[in-house]
Design a protein around this ligand. Structure first.
Ligand SMILES: Nc1ncnc2c1ncn2[C@@H]1O[C@H](COP(=O)(O)OP(=O)(O)OP(=O)(O)O)[C@@H](O)[C@H]1O
Ligand SMILES: [Mg+2]
Length: 307
């Protein structure tokens, strides 16, 4: 029995195809990522799976329930953390959780217990009576994720759960997502953070222009482009990417204060780099050879450069 089974799902908005005939399955206990650039169709996919948008074609099953034919049953199984969600800012943290508990018809004693547990887990217990208005962005997002967990979901949908948050909140939210996932909950999260997908997900679907262009475990996706090794180099004095496109280097990208050279033969390029530094009165501060990473796979498949 799958947690999610999507077949041929498509969404058009006035003739524009936002999601284009996608099919995939997610198992219980699996942490599944939808990775893609802005506008890829991730949120539209989540909205269809959670019964907010009606697909133009195709079906989606949540557990045994067709989300279109049995929306109430399907929704009982899921927790949802929407993109740019909001808590009620004039209510306290605990009131927000209790309200969700009430909506799900959880009896009073039980919902207080659940709310308090979640507040502890998310590091907000001390602030439980404070209005959410006074919370930092990271604290607000923690409450929103906690709200998605009030009904003990079997499936948790998270749309960009850590986007734009402080390091501490990101770490806490990722840890808790992993923890709930370890208990057997299926987690479907969208992200355009490649490292997040790499770290968290059992499997990743890479979306671009509404289509799934690859779907596999991160390690397997990386192996599909084994040939793309690169060298990351930092010079003492500034060097423009154009200056070091040597023969055998397919591309040079600026990555922070370093330059990344894509090449199939790093062992031949490294001496060339050293010689270049020497002859131009420059110094190499650091140099690393990098195996292909998920970003390389992503860029190759989406042909989108994020400079
Ligand atoms: N209600 C709508 N009406 C018209 N077009 C829409 C609507 N919702 C989404 N779209 C379009 O569908 C495409 C996919 O949007 P979607 O929000 O699913 O992307 P996304 O992958 O979630 O992007 P992001 O990473 O920016 O959140 C975009 O081109 C968007 O403009
Ligand atoms: Mg989105």
């Amino acid at each position: 029995m799958y947690a999610i089974k999507v077949e041929d799902l498509t969404k058009q908005f006035n003739g524009f195809t936002a999601v284009d005939h996608i099919s995939f399955m997610v198992n219980y206990g699996e942490l599944f990522g939808l990775l893609g650039p802005n506008g890829a169709g991730k949120t539209t996919t989540i909205r269809m799976l959670t019964g907010i948008l009606k697909p133009t074609t195709g079906t989606a099953f949540i557990g045994e329930y067709d989300i279109q034919k049995k929306p109430l049953e399907a929704k009982q199984l899921m927790g949802i953390v929407p993109e740019m969600a909001n808590a009620y800012i004039d209510l306290s943290a605990i009131r927000n959780l209790l309200l969700i508990g009430e909506l799900y018809g959880i009896q009073k004693k039980k919902r207080i217990e659940k709310a308090e547990n979640l507040l502890r887990l998310f590091g907000l217990y001390e602030k439980r009576y404070q209005k959410v208005r006074t919370f930092s962005r990271g604290m607000k997002q923690r409450i929103i994720v906690a709200m998605g967990l009030m009904n003990d979901p079997q499936l948790l949908f998270l749309d960009e759960p850590t986007s734009g948050l402080d390091v501490e909140s990101v770490r806490l939210i990722r840890e808790l997502i992993t923890e709930f996932n370890d208990k057997g909950i299926a987690v479907i999260l969208t992200t355009h953070n490649i490292e997040e997908a790499n770290q968290l997900c059992d499997r990743v679907a890479i979306m671009n222009h509404g289509k799934i262009v690859a779907i596999d475990r991160p390690e397997k996706l990386k192996r599909t482009i084994q040939s793309t090794t690169s060298i990351e180099v930092a010079f003492d004095k500034k060097v423009e990417p154009g200056e070091i496109i040597f023969k055998g280097v397919s591309e040079v990208k600026k990555v922070g204060d370093k330059l990344r050279l894509y090449t199939e033969k790093p062992e031949e390029i490294i001496p060339v780099l050293v010689k270049y530094a020497g002859s131009s009165g420059n110094k190499i501060i650091s140099l690393n050879t990098l195996a292909p990473n998920l970003e390389d796979v992503f860029l190759k498949l989406t042909k989108k450069r994020e400079e």
